[in-house]
Design a protein around this ligand. Structure first.
Ligand SMILES: C[S@@+](CC[C@H](N)C(=O)[O-])C[C@H]1O[C@@H](n2cnc3c(N)ncnc32)[C@H](O)[C@@H]1O
Length: 395
């Protein structure tokens, strides 16, 4: 495919996504149906679609309309390329520019537009991020780095880095966590290589790893990952010597790959059926990595930024509170209830933890940790809640 044909294909896919279809589904369906597209074409089209989604508002402003074609035109302009060299109408290229498209003024964009923030969310993100608002929002317009967690049950960081190098993948240690490696070259080869196949590394964001580093579990203690999902955090906990890990999720399907992932990592995780989290209670640590807006991970799932509504956010805040209330009784005396989100919004984070402590007799917040993309990984929040404690540490 020519660069222009890739742009035409991305514009068509974006129209389907703007009409409400999930981006991943649309891209997968297109890749299957487009025999003419080689692997490089598929990756290039995918990159165009995701870049336009991360920058949807500013691209629409620069392209004149919020359509697939408008977003692609805006992206071409934002990159400083000449649209007339791509929008030629010949072969599979998009049609030449109309008079209206040519007339779009490229003046200064308002800050919310330039930073690609929905209007209704901007005040909440400003209040939550303070002086970091603009810098964080600017970072969320770029592609996320790829990180792996070194599985300390099988290798140390230097050995994992060497194994990745043998697979042709360049990696460097990342300061967010002693287990984090950032893949700097050939990250797309990861799943084909020995380091991954042999369980030396797992894909996990560096801030997510840092969250796990802060989770306290005593030696030979027990931990429950109450909202385990794919089990990224459960796997990190299970790599600690002597810790017995249980995984639970309201939707058992979400944990379907966990036994295979645990097997590859050489660790044990006991998966509990939905509603059976009490089976092995009480636990020294109960982690609630709750469903959230995902605002800290909008680089990876840019669709989410535009699909989130005020009503959905309010519903998520209610679900998070219900989860905390259900999980708290499962914590052993002297144990810790860990509340985590990949959100940047205070109402899902510190305000949620504060409301829990206010309505739950004897509970208090022992420590809080916040990560934003300025630290290198996704945005994350962690509160360590306990029934008795010595005070609050903010980090
Ligand atoms: C943010 S994801 C978890 C990600 C996972 N901990 C990881 O690190 O890979 C949140 C999970 O919470 C689950 N969930 C939603 N409501 C729940 C509930 N009431 N009880 C338990 N799990 C719930 C969802 O099915 C989803 O898998």
């Amino acid at each position: 495919m020519t660069p222009a044909a890739r742009i035409a294909a991305a514009a068509e896919l974006l129209d389907a996504i703007l009409a409400g279809a999930p981006a991943e589904q649309i891209l997968t369906r297109w890749a299957r149906a487009s025999r003419f597209a080689g692997s490089k074409d598929r990756l290039a089209v995918r990159d165009l679609v995701f870049e336009a989604l991360r920058r949807r508002r500013s691209c629409a402003a620069l392209g004149g309309t919020e359509t697939g074609r408008g977003l692609m035109l805006g992206l071409v302009r934002a990159r400083g390329e000449d649209p007339d060299t791509l929008f030629t109408g010949s072969g599979h290229a998009p049609a030449p520019l109309t008079g209206a498209e040519r007339a779009v003024a490229a003046g200064d964009l308002p800050e919310e537009v330039a930073l690609d923030v929905p209007d209704w969310l901007a005040p909440r993100l400003r209040a939550s991020l303070g002086a970091d608002f603009a810098a964080v929002m600017a970072l969320l317009r770029d592609r996320a780095p790829v990180f792996v967690r070194v599985n300390l049950a099988k290798a140390d960081r230097a050995a994992a880095q060497a194994a990745l190098a043998e697979d042709g993948i360049a990696a460097r240690p990342h300061p967010l966590s002693p287990t984090a490696l950032e893949l700097t070259e050939n990250a797309r080869k990861l799943h084909l290589g020995r380091a991954y196949r042999d369980g030396l590394v797992e894909v996990q964001d560096a801030a997510s790893q840092a969250v796990c580093d802060h989770l306290p579990v005593p030696a030979a203690g027990t931990a429950l990952d109450y909202c385990a999902g794919g089990g990224g955090k459960a796997l990190a906990l299970a790599a600690r010597p002597g810790v017995r890990v249980f995984a639970h999720d309201a939707e058992a399907q979400r944990m379907r790959d966990l036994p295979a992932r645990a097997g590859r990592s050489g660790v044990r995780i006991d998966c509990l059926a939905p509603g059976a989290a009490g089976q092995a209670a009480p636990y020294d640590l109960v982690l609630c990595d709750a469903p959230c807006s995902g605002s800290g991970a909008w680089r990876r799932s840019p669709d989410g930024k535009w699909r989130l509504t005020e009503a959905r956010l309010a519903e998520l805040v209610r679900i998070q509170a219900t989860i905390l209330d259900a999980a708290a009784p499962l914590v052993a005396p002297g144990g810790v209830l860990a509340y985590a989100t990949c959100s940047l919004l205070d109402e899902e984070n510190a305000a949620q933890a504060t409301r829990f402590c206010a309505r739950s007799a004897g509970w208090q917040c022992r420590a809080e940790h916040r990560f934003t993309p300025l630290d290198g990984g996704d945005g994350f929040y962690l509160a360590l809640l306990e029934r008795s404690g010595t005070g609050l540490t903010r980090a």
